[in-house]
Write a protein that binds this ligand. Structure first.
Ligand SMILES: [Zn+2]
Length: 129
């Protein structure tokens, strides 16, 4: 949340305007993949269907769109993500991936699985070429 606020404080006004317009008209489709107090990672899909990876971390924004890659500033996707995070804090927290440890298969079990997948030996001598 803090990093999202910092992005909104820093972004150039023209891009803030674009992002707010797009956000309000629901032009962006935003999927947050991970989120905690320091960092937010997401995919942001533009109104035109282009998808960009966007990361907000420590008050900095990284996006794979041409605007961010060439001009190096904070782009409208980063701002749209910041707005999304600020306005939907609870919904995103619920979507956090479950990182609980699961039972790990033993090396014996893995070997048994691999043995089953091994192809039967082919009768090369019988092939006509
Ligand atoms: Zn961008």
């Amino acid at each position: 949340m803090k990093t999202a606020t910092q992005i909104l404080a820093k972004v150039e006004v023209g891009r803030l305007q674009k992002a707010v317009d797009g956000f309000v008209s629901e032009a962006y489709s935003i999927t947050v993949t991970t989120q905690d107090d320091e960092e937010v990672r997401s995919f942001v899909i533009n109104g035109d269907g282009h998808q960009y990876g966007v990361v907000l971390t420590e008050g900095q924004a990284f996006c794979s769109c041409p605007d961010a890659m060439y001009r190096k500033g904070i782009c409208k996707h980063a701002v749209a993500l910041a707005l999304h995070v600020i306005r939907n804090p609870q919904a995103e927290a619920e979507r956090k991936p479950d990182l609980a440890l699961r039972k790990v298969r033993s090396s014996d079990e893995l070997a048994r699985d691999r043995a089953l997948r091994r192809l039967p030996s082919l009768p090369y001598e019988d092939l006509p070429y």
